[in-house]
Design a protein around this ligand. Structure first.
Ligand code: C2E
Ligand code: MG
Ligand code: MG
Ligand code: MG
Length: 300
């Protein structure tokens, strides 16, 4: 693992190298191997790809954005979801590289969709908490935009509450610079973290994404439904648009629409899919807009 250790040392200084070598001894061989393989994949631009999940505007019935979700096609382990390797990348200092790769790839894919006529589509990209504390982030966002030629208004960055709260002042500065470029900021998994209203008011945000765990309560207990309503009202009071995550049923969709939610995302509409499948989906959305009747797609 000499390469990896060197890489770590170059990237983050002696203390980290020391930490890293100590850390090494306590690690399971399996995780170590995963870590090294992921590092190689990033270096060679192999194995990682993006799946896209459409986000439906409930006011117009149109799919207006896609969320980019990273996947790893591992030669032995098969298709790995982000939960299996984001943590590994965070613990080993290459989450910044991973997120930068995702950002560039998503912008490039969006440019290719524009070339096929989807000019107004937007893309949302997730940003790790660790990445949100790097001063280089705004420059990386800017260069991803420049390289791909897409307008900043078509890019959204998703950050979790906890990422924002780790270092509010630094997050505030970085987000202001990124937003200054014209990029929108979404607060992801809202309701599962520890943000306070006082901070939400201060932060430069555009969109709030209601965590799936709340959407799951529709139609469940009365309290569960009232919480979702309250989040929508609060978000609108803060001038934020609301996306409901993890919408799986028609009832959830109708409830959210009736209570003024702006967007939905979830298996009801589509699972995250490779770009080629999403292109097909965008070309034939089965009259989504006109009838407001969602076609229930078979699970993959
Ligand atoms: P997230 O950003 O909250 O993304 C939504 C997750 O919910 C995705 O899981 C998506 O597949 C899943 N989902 C969407 N609709 C439904 C539904 O109707 N039902 C259910 N049960 N699940 C639904 P996924 O792709 O496994 O991603 C998990 C998390 O990994 C993401 O949560 C995000 O926090 C993180 N992640 C994904 N891509 C990246 C990335 O490029 N960089 C970073 N730093 N994190 C990423
Ligand atoms: Mg997200
Ligand atoms: Mg989310
Ligand atoms: Mg979530």
């Amino acid at each position: 693992h000499a390469d990896l250790a060197l890489y770590q040392a170059k990237g983050s200084g002696r203390n980290n190298l020391h930490f890293f070598s100590r850390h090494l001894k306590h690690k399971a061989t399996f995780e170590l191997q995963l870590e090294e393989e992921l590092h190689n994949c990033l270096a060679r631009d192999q194995g990682l790809f993006l799946a896209y999940q459409p986000i439906l505007d409930l006011h117009t019935g149109q799919v207006t954005k896609l969320e980019a979700l990273v996947r790893w096609q591992h030669p032995q382990l098969g298709l790995l979801p982000p939960d299996r390797f984001i943590g590994v990348a965070e613990a080993n200092g290459f989450i910044a590289k991973l997120d930068a790769w995702v950002l560039r790839s998503a912008c490039r894919d969006l440019a290719s969709l524009a070339a096929q006529g989807f000019h107004d589509l937007r893309v949302a990209v997730n940003c790790s908490a660790l990445n949100l504390s790097r001063d280089e982030l705004p420059d990386e966002v800017e260069s991803a935009l420049r390289e791909s030629g897409i307008r900043a208004q078509r890019l959204e960055l998703e950050v979790t509450e906890n990422a924002l709260m780790r270092n509010v002042n630094q997050a505030l500065l970085l987000l202001e610079r990124i937003r200054g470029l014209g990029v929108s900021i979404s607060i992801d998994d809202f309701g599962t973290g520890y943000s306070s209203l006082a901070y939400l008011k201060r932060l430069p945000l555009d969109t709030l994404k209601v965590d799936r765990s709340f959407v799951m309560d529709i139609p469940g207990t009365r309290a569960g439904m009232e919480i979702v309503q309250a989040i929508i009202v609060m978000a609108h009071t803060l001038q934020l648009q609301v996306v409901a995550e993890g919408v799986e049923t028609r009832e959830q969709l109708e409830f959210l629409r009736a209570h003024g939610c702006d967007f939905i995302q979830g298996y009801l509409l589509s699972r995250p899919q490779p770009l080629a499948v999403i292109e097909e989906f965008l070309r034939h959305p089965h009259g989504l807009g006109a009838s407001n009747v969602l076609p229930l797609r078979p699970a993959d």
